[in-house]
Design a protein around this ligand. Structure first.
Ligand code: SF4
Length: 407
């Protein structure tokens, strides 16, 4: 297939596909899906081999957010029955992190709900970062605290943070439909602040919020422009009690096409499957490992993931290997260019949790509109998007509870 051959060649050369080529990936038919996965898998293996990086979320502060991100179970007015608690103490966060690291994770993602941190919050998180780094040699720490004010990224970097996550989530054109309390430009600004402070930037998207294929391509091209080191791809978890509760738009096949498109547009970047993996990819999760080189281990911010042991078994059964703490995530050309963002930088990264809330956290869902046909052309594939509310489980263990975490 000419389209896929072209995309593989471009991916191996780190050359940007055209928008038409990216759109054509989203429009492929289910008959062509394995060919799409195989092609994007070649690009994935060129830059990341068969390694899978495991990341572990610690929700430092859950719920009670004054922002109105409509995908988020922690938003203002959410009636989702999620855990609500204020800041974990550094030793509590460190204990939660240790469980994830013992389970095989090499990065800990510290997330807090809210518009953005106060300077006192940055102090708190700095203490937490130090506690985690003191107790866990070699761990990578990513902070995800929402919109940053001047100087805060530098302070987090000084405290030992390796990375900062803040997702763009959706296209500039549709951002105001999703959130009214801050802007797309605010989000871009925070990613740029993280970059400028020498933090590895992590910024991604949420699919499944009712956006068009063009919106998805727009946000992924905007991310490539921002050049983060890691791009988390969330698939919307339509939480009851949030405005997007009825947005069950995704199929496993759609999710795979989205991940393939992201891989072709950001070939040498850590592509991470974030929230919604179990809910939307379901039994197709192993195929997604041929596209993404990174996942979250265990639970998400406000929802439960599959057992950590099942994650490890899936990786082994699919013929992949968990990336060790002594292995560098990013390709040499990126790792050598530390301090940059996506196209450069070192081996840090950052994610984008899922149903959490803050600045960018949440849990995302998965696209909608389908498309069909074969590469480039395509005819609509059948859509089976029965709500799978049975697969959405509010997190009731780990951070903020007395129960052991899933790791
Ligand atoms: S995504 Fe973040 S900022 Fe938006 S409502 Fe959720 S916690 Fe608040």
């Amino acid at each position: 297939m000419d389209l896929l051959n072209t995309l593989v060649d471009k991916g191996l050369r780190r050359e940007l596909p055209t928008r038409e080529e990216a759109l054509a990936v989203l429009a492929t038919s289910d008959d062509d899906l394995l060919d799409v996965v195989a092609a994007a898998g070649k690009v994935r293996r060129q830059w990341f081999g068969r390694r899978v990086k495991l990341n572990y979320l610690v929700n430092l502060k859950s719920g009670l957010c004054p922002e109105d991100c409509s995908y988020c179970s922690q938003r203002l007015g959410s009636t989702a029955g999620i855990l609500k608690y204020t800041w974990l103490k550094p030793d509590e966060a460190s204990q939660a992190a240790a469980a994830g690291l013992a389970g095989g994770a090499k990065r800990v993602c510290l997330v807090a709900s809210g518009r953005g941190p106060t300077d006192r919050d940055v102090d708190r998180v700095s203490d937490t970062i130090k506690a985690i780094k003191d107790q866990n040699e070699g761990v990578e720490v990513c902070a995800c605290l929402g919109l940053l004010s001047d100087g805060q990224a530098e302070r987090l970097r000084e405290a030992g943070a390796d990375a900062y996550n803040h997702n763009l989530n959706t296209s500039e054109g549709t951002y105001a439909d999703i959130t009214t309390t801050h802007t797309y430009a605010d989000r871009v600004d925070t990613v740029q602040k993280a970059h400028a402070a020498g933090l590895s930037a992590c910024s991604g998207l949420i699919a499944g919020m009712g956006e068009s294929d063009e919106d998805l391509v727009d946000v992924v091209y905007a991310l490539r422009e921002l050049d983060p080191d890691s791009v988390p791809v969330n698939f919307l978890i339509p939480f009851e009690g949030t405005p997007l509760a009825k947005e069950w738009n995704l199929t496993p096949q759609r999710c795979l096409r989205i991940l393939a498109m992201v891989r072709f547009v950001c070939p040498d970047v850590e592509v991470r499957i974030a929230g919604g993996r179990e809910v939307h990819l379901r039994s197709m999760q192993p195929l997604a490992l041929h596209l993404a080189n990174s996942i979250f281990l265990g639970d998400y911010l406000t929802s439960e993931g599959q057992a950590g042991k099942a994650d490890l078994e899936m990786i082994a059964d699919a013929g992949f290997e968990v990336e060790g703490a002594d292995q560098v995530t990013l390709p040499e050309h990126r790792a050598a260019a530390a301090g940059g963002g996506c196209g450069s930088h070192e081996s840090a990264g950052c994610e984008s949790p899922e149903s959490a809330g803050c600045g960018g956290h949440q849990s995302a869902g998965c696209g909608s509109h389908e498309g069909g046909g074969v590469c480039g052309t395509a005819a609509a594939a059948p859509v089976s998007t029965e709500p799978r509310t049975d697969l959405v489980a509010v997190r009731r263990r780990g951070a903020g509870t007395d129960l052991a975490p899933n790791a």
